[in-house]
Design a protein around this ligand. Sequence first.
Ligand code: ADP
Ligand code: ADP
Length: 236
Amino acid sequence: VPLVELRDVHKTFPAARGGTPVEAIRGVDLSVEAGEIVGIVGYSGAGKSTLVRLINALESTTSGSVRIGGREIADLKERDLREVRLGIGMIFQQFNLFRSRTVWGNIAYPLEVAGVARAEQNQRISDLLHFVGLADKAHSHVDELSGGQKQRVGIARALATEPSLLLADESTSALDPETTQEVLSLLRRVNRELGITIVVITHEMDVVRSLAHRVVVMEAGRIVEQGPVVQVLSDP
Ligand code: ADP
Ligand code: ADP
């Protein structure tokens, strides 16, 4: 079974006072196989973020089916839903790190929430710090880090619960070109060495070109094109 499978998914947000309902997602079919890197591109308002929030079960569908690892999200009880969410890591444009915590403390956070034993936490955090190349920054405060270092902490934190899927929402948009390349090569290692499936949302075509195996183009809540990057995107 695909790791992620959406079938005829619709998401309509109710009308704000005096307005009309917003059909953010209008009949999306999407499969993501384990081990893939899929890029989702499209203009602002196309529905990319909503799609991601449906995949990690932060939003529920208006109609249609969302399956993660073959399990229908809408049918899951709170306990199973928590398990599914632990299997999905997220990274963000603005990193969303805790300023009051050290690098170590940020990576520890999801493990504390998940109730992972302290010895196991320490082992995982230490391994992750080495993996992302920040072993010497364990006790630094987040404010002391560069943008690229912050996103590497974000990636380590997202990987702490050993997810099978990583969702990256405009994860390099706040970074300069050189730092973007650093983060992209780390994401490639996450995919290749850890076998983690990655879905990247971005408006940056270069990011998709250099990272994704497959690209999905969204427009006004629909997928208007998808396929291998070389097939969908023209040469620069
Ligand atoms: P993208 O990520 O491609 O920019 P979004 O998924 O954020 O697109 O938004 C798609 C559409 O849904 C937009 O018209 C947006 O205004 C609307 N939308 C997104 N979230 C909400 C919400 N919580 N309530 C109402 N409308 C929303
Ligand atoms: P806080 O959560 O108060 O911001 P820290 O971010 O420093 O604290 O760390 C979170 C937890 O991880 C604390 O309980 C701390 O003792 C522990 N910790 C921090 N660094 C290490 C380390 N290098 N080895 C083992 N445990 C650590």
